[in-house]
Design a protein around this ligand. Structure first.
Ligand SMILES: CCCCC/C=C\C/C=C\CCC/C=C/C(=O)SCCNC(=O)CCNC(=O)[C@H](O)C(C)(C)COP(=O)(O)OP(=O)(O)OC[C@H]1O[C@@H](n2cnc3c(N)ncnc32)[C@H](O)[C@@H]1OP(=O)(O)O
Length: 202
């Protein structure tokens, strides 16, 4: 979609549904993260627009991020702005990318960074003109693929395994945590207010 890399998780999947639905939804989100963050393939994010929350997470799962150089496009884990909380594995993914202090600032404030600031924070690796995002991503891919694959894969796994193991060990507890959190009346109300605000902006 033009202007949007990803709008993040579908908020309607987290509103007004049964606990069984929330559990299945969260398992699928975990699965996406485990597959993408744990992939032994080279993954390059070609970020052609805004990328809030789950969209930012997907980009952070990649090995390298190239973003369109347009200050109207912003990226970040903005969960607190919705009245929800980025779970520990979202947080770990961000820490592994930009470090602890920058992550704490980002997460507490639910900060969305316009592209130039995202580059400054290390949230993305490179900015290119909007019409060059795909070609720059292809060029980066060639560079990454030129490294001997077994060595690159082992290195990637060494860097990411502790975070992945942490979720694998606590998967069911994390699902229970999500379900009890998201089904709270106060959290449902926050999500509703956020969705209403989104619609009013039009
Ligand atoms: C210690 C205790 C810990 C407990 C923790 C336990 C568990 C953790 C709990 C929760 C974790 C949840 C993690 C959540 C992750 C997420 O990803 S939440 C989603 C975040 N996404 C957003 O905030 C995006 C909001 N949207 C926008 O900013 C904009 O819509 C846009 C994507 C920049 C696009 O802008 P524009 O092109 O102007 O389009 P519109 O704003 O008009 O939107 C078009 C329609 O799309 C609807 N929409 C937009 N985003 C979403 C979304 N994410 N989900 C569902 N629907 C979305 C928007 O309402 C419009 O709908 P209508 O056309 O009006 O029907």
């Amino acid at each position: 979609v033009s202007k949007i890399f990803s709008a993040g998780l579908d908020i309607t999947e987290m509103s007004g549904k049964s606990n069984e639905h929330y559990a299945a939804f969260w398992r699928a989100v975990q699965e996406m993260w485990l597959k993408l963050y744990g992939s032994n393939m080279v993954t390059i994010a070609a970020i052609n627009g805004s990328s809030p929350a789950g969209g930012c997470l997907m980009a952070l799962c990649c090995d390298y991020r190239i973003m369109a150089d347009n200050p109207k496009f912003a990226i970040g884990l903005n969960e607190t702005q919705l009245g929800i909380v980025a779970p520990f594995w979202f947080k770990d993914t961000m820490i592994n990318t930009i470090g602890n202090r920058a992550t704490e600032l980002s997460l507490q404030l639910g900060q969305m960074y316009p592209a130039p600031e995202a580059l400054k924070f290390g949230l993305v690796d490179k900015l290119v003109p909007e019409d060059k995002v795909q070609s720059a991503a292809a060029a980066a891919m060639s560079q990454w693929l030129s490294v001997p694959d077994h060595a690159r894969q082992l290195t990637k796994s060494m860097m990411r395994k502790p975070a992945i193991d942490r979720l694998v060990k606590q998967r069911e507890a994390d699902i229970n945590n999500f379900v009890s959190f998201i089904s709270k009346d106060s959290i449902q109300k926050s999500l509703q207010i956020y969705m209403d605000r989104l619609k009013q902006k039009k």
